[in-house]
Write a protein that binds this ligand. Structure first.
Ligand code: HEC
Ligand code: HEC
Ligand code: HEC
Ligand code: HEC
Ligand code: HEC
Ligand code: HEC
Ligand code: HEC
Ligand code: HEC
Length: 451
């Protein structure tokens, strides 16, 4: 590792010396400066007095943050606390941290993509067109949709829990993955129920998104964002087990056995097969590979929308499915033949349609029962409606996402196998209600997921 010694001279009085380890290896980079021949780099940067004060005081008050920041590529390029955390006095987020009280400097603990866009406009623009931006926080923000999803949270129906506690599940669950709208206290600091949060955060300055869910602060390393773990905080569990599917796949198997030897820190658009043997989530969904350039629009390479009750080819705000497929195929053919790739996607397309076949029949049963007034009002107390939820939201997603990403156990045992079970149980209940013209008295269904 290359050691960089940087000397900051502060008004000729204090010499603040940061010994930093370069986050990049020694090998040649295409677009980053070649530092391999330089043993010691002494930069007298134009850090203002104020910017140095933030670093100096915070290295005592919050040493963890400063240590992390020092290891970042941005610190090496002279981007500091001052650049990201100071705001205009007129900003809705303007407050003053302990160290700047009484000065004309205003700070904010919130940093929206608008700040990053000053220097990274392309990434922010791509990101904002993706499902990770506005669409991600929409289900949490859209009160009506949210209540339909969280039937039991509907005002007045929440088994008597006090109002002050009612939203705790949403705040520590949904919001930490999806994001929410930041609300402010009188002192312009964020309220304790709205910040921090997930990928689709909506900030008071109008910025939407949260870059640091993948670019962990304050190192902001691409080498971390490229690893599958950077997606795994959110893409896991019974309803979207993408990390589990990945670890099961042949690609994940290679990552787990030899990923430590792969090269993670190449400059963007030069990170190519050879640096790694098998793709990670980022390679397929984001990174530049072959003739494709890096994109922060993770919706761009997708054909299907596999997360809603019915698989549909993407269009409108969800992307362009036909174009998406062409792009994803280009990822695969860097390492596989066109026959291998074609066969894989033929299977995925059949899985999406097989799922639709059962989902369509299940939805029709519900429509019939509804017309005959044979559905309960409270969906969570009605076995057939509960089963339908698991059919699309859990097992149906697993079957299709397992097929998409080479996870045979998820495609079958956690997927289609359980889909058939759930479907057959729904069919029994349906037949009973139609035959007897009434709703059965006791639920034959366990009220936990068929997992
Ligand atoms: C490249 C931009 C950037 C730089 C440089 C930066 N930060 Fe941050 N910082 C962020 C982002 C983004 C967040 C998360 C904000 C959010 O969730 O709204 C954050 C969060 C924080 C927080 C609040 C969260 C916590 O964990 O307590 C503090 C405090 C903070 N930064 C201090 C610093 C200090 C001190 C420095 C300089 C050593 C610094 N930051 C440099 C972008 C930056
Ligand atoms: C003299 C010391 C000192 C200086 C100088 C200083 N800070 Fe702070 N800052 C603090 C302390 C102490 C805290 C409170 C930490 C805590 O909440 O425990 C803080 C908190 C913060 C927070 C988090 C606020 C919150 O509500 O979560 C941010 C962001 C921040 N400082 C940014 C800056 C920036 C940017 C500068 C330079 C313009 C700066 N600070 C200069 C001492 C200082
Ligand atoms: C004042 C300009 C500026 C701001 C604001 C800024 N950046 Fe940067 N960023 C840079 C520079 C300069 C580099 C280094 C580019 C290089 O070395 O080629 C960089 C590099 C990066 C990298 C690549 C790091 C690596 O390991 O290669 C990431 C990721 C990044 N920034 C994310 C962000 C995020 C997220 C924000 C907002 C929270 C942000 N930046 C705000 C200027 C900025
Ligand atoms: C562990 C992180 C996590 C939690 C917690 C979480 N979600 Fe999600 N949610 C996701 C991910 C990831 C997807 C994308 C699933 C896919 O592609 O199959 C998603 C998809 C969705 C969708 C479908 C996409 C859309 O925009 O219509 C809705 C609706 C949704 N979640 C609502 C919620 C609600 C409401 C909560 C809380 C009750 C919640 N989620 C809790 C991670 C989470
Ligand atoms: C879903 C995870 C994720 C999110 C969210 C994310 N990034 Fe990235 N980012 C990545 C990955 C992965 C790479 C490396 C791409 C590659 O290998 O080509 C990257 C690369 C970068 C780079 C280096 C690109 C270059 O060409 O130098 C910058 C700058 C950057 N991101 C900024 C941002 C900003 C700003 C945001 C918020 C708007 C953001 N990222 C949000 C995953 C993410
Ligand atoms: C902090 C949580 C979080 C992280 C981290 C995260 N995602 Fe997501 N992702 C979500 C949510 C929430 C959705 C659902 C968005 C919606 O409602 O449409 C989603 C949706 C997606 C989609 C479907 C997009 C669409 O248009 O429907 C893809 C593909 C995806 N994520 C890939 C990734 C990859 C790859 C990474 C890591 C490099 C990653 N995500 C990291 C939360 C996250
Ligand atoms: C080998 C390439 C590859 C890898 C590696 C990969 N994916 Fe995928 N992913 C795909 C393909 C192909 C699809 C389905 C595309 C389509 O719609 O035709 C997909 C679909 C998805 C979806 C479903 C979007 C929806 O409509 O619900 C999500 C979410 C997702 N991937 C996230 C991830 C995450 C997170 C990882 C890593 C843990 C990952 N992917 C790893 C290729 C990959
Ligand atoms: C960086 C190279 C690379 C990329 C890109 C890549 N793969 Fe792979 N893939 C591999 C390797 C290596 C294996 C393991 C082969 C072995 O060792 O048997 C593999 C295995 C597979 C397997 C397991 C079946 C088999 O042949 O053993 C499937 C399915 C697969 N890949 C599909 C895809 C799809 C679909 C894409 C594009 C969305 C893709 N791969 C992209 C390198 C890659």
């Amino acid at each position: 590792m290359l050691m960089l010694k940087r000397l900051f001279s502060l008004s000729g009085l204090i010499i603040l010396s940061l010994v930093m380890t370069s986050p990049y290896g020694l090998a040649q980079q295409k677009s980053y400066p070649d530092l391999s021949k330089t043993k010691e780099l002494i930069i007298k940067r134009g850090y203002s007095k104020e910017a140095l004060q933030c670093i100096e005081c915070h290295s005592k008050k919050t040493p963890g943050i400063v240590e992390n920041w020092k290891s970042s590529r941005m610190a090496h390029a002279g981007v500091s606390c001052y650049d990201c955390h100071t705001v205009k006095k007129s900003s809705p987020m303007a407050s003053q941290c302990e160290g700047v009280k009484g000065t004309n400097i205003f700070t904010s603990p919130m940093v929206s993509p608008k700040t990053c866009a000053r220097c990274h406009p392309k990434e922010v623009e791509q990101f904002s067109k993706s499902g990770h931006a506005k669409l991600a926080s929409a289900p949490v923000e859209d009160k009506k949709k949210f209540q339909v999803l969280m039937y039991s949270l509907e005002a007045g129906k929440f088994a008597g829990a006090p109002d002050s506690l009612r939203n705790a599940a949403r705040q520590s669950g949904c919001q930490m993955c999806h994001g929410s709208t930041v609300k402010l206290n009188a002192d312009n600091k964020p309220t304790d129920d709205s910040w921090p949060g997930g990928i689709g955060m909506r900030y008071p300055d109008g910025g939407i998104g949260n870059c640091v869910v993948c670019h962990n602060r304050h190192g902001f390393k691409v080498s971390e964002a490229r690893k599958p773990e950077s997606c795994a905080k959110c893409h896991l569990g019974p309803d979207h087990p993408d990390i589990e599917i990945y670890y099961e796949s042949h690609h994940g198997q290679l990552f787990l056995t030899e990923g430590e030897e792969w090269r993670w820190d190449s400059a963007p658009d030069t990170w190519e097969p050879g640096d790694y043997k098998a793709p990670t989530c980022a390679v397929c969904h984001m990174s530049g590979i072959g003739e494709l350039s890096t994109t922060h629009n993770i919706s761009e390479r997708l054909k299907w929308d596999l997360m809603h009750p019915k698989s549909v080819v993407r269009s409108g705000e969800r992307g362009n499915g036909e174009k998406g497929r062409k792009l994803m195929v280009k990822v695969c053919t860097n390492c596989h033949s066109s026959t291998h790739t074609r066969n894989h996607f033929a299977k995925l397309d059949r899985s999406a349609q097989l799922y639709n076949f059962y989902q369509g029949k299940a939805a029709k049963m519900l429509a019939d029962l509804k017309a005959k007034n044979l559905l309960k009002q409270d969906k969570w107390k009605d076995p057939i409606q509960e089963l339908y939820y698991y059919l699309w939201h859990h097992v149906g997603r697993r079957a299709r996402q397992g097929s998409a990403m080479d996870g045979p156990d998820y495609a079958h045992w956690h997927g289609f196998f359980q889909l058939f079970q759930v479907y057959k149980d729904m069919e029994d209940i349906y037949n009973y209600r139609i035959k007897n013209g009434k709703i059965e008295e006791l639920s034959p269904v366990m009220s936990s997921a068929p997992y």
